[in-house]
Design a protein around this ligand. Structure first.
Ligand SMILES: [Fe+2]
Length: 180
């Protein structure tokens, strides 16, 4: 996780900042071609920063409460929308394992339908690219860089074990704020 934070997440931040500097220069010059050319770097690296910033808030060591199930209104909503927490975990693990290449699996609040939903995004696309009504509550990074040190190429084992260190506090707080 330290490597993931200090090397991988840092690279997204550095590259995002570089792209923004280039964007400012391109805007100042009125160079529309350069502005458009920068869009993919901004989306990829900005998305990487957004996604990882949520991911770190979703994790906590076991001895600090990681893995404890949500007891708040989010817990009841999970039961109502998925049947049980176990069913949600199975669904997210299945969709995360099936995602081709790199990406993320999300538990989101769909503010339009007022329901919880599971979504996947490719590469570093942030969840908002899947719909303006979607609020990310919990994101699991399924890039190989998230698990190769401990799990080599075995993504399902990583997905099975990550729930032991999931901290539901952030997800519960966002859910309560958005549904208040
Ligand atoms: Fe990552």
């Amino acid at each position: 996780m330290r490597l993931h934070h200090q090397k991988h997440h840092q690279a997204y931040v550095t590259n995002y900042n570089n792209a923004l500097e280039q964007l400012e220069a391109a805007i100042a010059k009125g160079d529309a071609t350069a502005v458009v050319r920068l869009q993919s770097a901004i989306k990829f690296n900005g998305g990487g920063h957004i996604n990882h910033s949520i991911f770190w808030k979703n994790l906590k060591p076991v001895n600090e409460g990681g893995g404890e199930p949500p007891h708040s209104s989010l817990g009841w909503a999970i039961d109502a929308d998925f049947g049980s927490l176990e069913a949600l975990v199975q669904k997210m693990n299945a969709e995360g394992a099936a995602l081709q290449g790199s990406g993320w699996v999300w538990l989101a609040l769909d503010k339009g339908f007022k329901k919880l939903t599971v979504k996947t995004t490719a590469n570093q696309d942030p969840l908002v690219t899947k719909g303006a009504n979607l609020v990310p509550l919990l994101g699991i990074d399924v890039w190989e860089h998230a698990y190769y040190l401990q799990y080599k190429n075995v993504r399902p084992d990583y997905l099975k074990n990550i729930w032991k260190v999931i901290d539901w506090k952030y997800a519960s707080e966002v859910y309560e704020k958005e549904t208040a």
